[in-house]
Design a protein around this ligand. Structure first.
Ligand code: HEM
Ligand SMILES: *[C@@H]1O[C@H](CO)[C@@H](O)[C@H](O)[C@H]1NC(C)=O
Ligand SMILES: *[C@@H]1O[C@H](CO)[C@@H](O)[C@H](O)[C@H]1NC(C)=O
Length: 323
């Protein structure tokens, strides 16, 4: 007959398995190898064609994955449309009239539904499209872990509170990323995303008219397309030298006081800031930026995914499956 201590050990083991094993379901880069072997090539060719049509789309797709993952994990919540009785994240302040790329995601999803219906999640599409976008624009690749599932909910409030604002100071940026488990160094690497893409006048107007830590000629040139009032939606490149190429110029810009957003320039303060040396390190060694960026993107992609039988595989990325 089993001793009481054997019985206790058994109970403990069962308790451990029940409580800890589901949480340890890991994403895997080979998740679709047998269920949808063409998933990755399908996404890549759709991203390449979208980017060759409009290079900015690569930036927009990268940002969508960020805005998905920082709001209750990488669960494609950002893709859900508002309905009469459901308010999603699309009208949250950081997304409203700003997040884009939804049509490209729809195109990818419908191609995937035709080759392997009900298999590839919208959350995984975002993760792979972000990587393929960076590569299409000249950046280095990384291997994307897969197996995320899609949420049945979204949170406007969490989108408004969890995504960092362009008016943030350094301490706010550090804590916004630290709240998601990122080091300051990883925050500096992920911010290098602003080497591509565009931003609206309303989000950098105060910086170009009222801040002093900005290159004078740079500020003057930006004012042409961003008047002191009006023109809120006029766009300027986040990287003034090469906004359609994923390189390390973002860091060079910061060192030259040519960060576009207040939050960008916060990462470099004339040599005296706590992140200044990391900005210089990435400027001096682009390869280290690429490596750290890829690793930080993998970490971002691992934020609270739905796995196993949690969530669902949406048929249409914009709407929760009915029934
Ligand atoms: C560090 C804190 C961050 C802040 C405050 C911030 C803020 C912003 C803002 C205000 C814009 C311009 C939006 C507009 O004018 O419509 C923007 C664009 C962009 N952001 Fe960030 N962002 C941050 C971090 C990131 C991260 C971590 C990523 C990706 C991993 C990212 C990727 C992008 C990209 C690619 C664009 C250009 C999008 C386009 O042209 O469509 N950002 N960001
Ligand atoms: C989103 O933008 C639209 C169009 O500019 C505007 O009418 C609406 O009030 C905005 N929504 C929110 C929640 O700010
Ligand atoms: C710049 O600062 C002045 C004085 O505080 C303020 O009146 C003005 O609205 C600011 N301009 C911008 C574009 O932020």
């Amino acid at each position: 007959m089993a001793s009481y201590s054997t019985y206790l050990k058994l109970c403990f083991t069962i308790f451990f398995l029940i409580n800890y094993v589901p949480a340890s379901v890991q994403l895997s880069s080979t998740f679709y190898s047998s269920s949808c072997p063409k998933a990755l090539s399908t996404i890549k060719s759709a991203v390449n064609s979208a980017v060759s049509n409009e290079r900015r789309m690569g930036a927009s797709l990268l940002r969508l994955h960020f805005h998905d993952c920082f709001v209750n994990g990488c669960d494609a919540s950002v893709l859900l449309d508002d309905t009469a009785n459901f308010i999603g994240e699309k009208t949250a302040a950081p997304n409203n009239n700003s997040a884009r790329g939804f049509d490209v995601v729809d195109t990818i999803k419908s191609k995937l539904e035709s080759i392997c219906p009900g298999v590839v999640s919208c959350a995984d599409i975002l993760a792979v499209a972000a990587r393929d976008s960076v590569v299409a624009l000249g950046g280095s690749s990384w291997t994307v872990p897969l197996g995320r599932r899609d949420s049945t909910t979204a949170s406007l409030t969490d989108a408004n509170t969890n995504l960092p604002s362009p008016f943030s100071d350094l301490s706010d940026l550090i804590s916004a990323f630290s709240n998601k488990g990122f080091t300051t160094k990883e925050m500096v690497a992920l911010s290098g995303s602003h080497t591509i893409g565009l931003a609206k006048c309303a989000l950098f107007r105060t910086r170009i008219y009222n801040e002093t830590n900005i290159n004078t000629k740079y500020a003057t040139s930006l004012k042409k397309n961003c008047p002191s009032s009006g023109g809120d939606d006029n766009l300027s490149p986040l990287d003034t030298t090469s906004s359609t190429v994923f390189d390390s110029a973002y860091y060079t810009n910061l060192i030259n006081n040519k960060g576009l957003l207040h939050s960008d320039q916060q990462l470099y303060s004339g040599g005296s800031g706590s992140t200044d040396s990391q900005v210089r390190a990435y400027r001096n060694n682009p390869a280290s930026f690429f490596t750290d960026f890829g690793n930080a993107m993998i970490k971002m992609g691992n934020l609270s995914p739905l796995t196993g039988t949690s969530g669902q595989i949406r048929t249409n990325c914009r709407i929760v499956n009915s029934g």
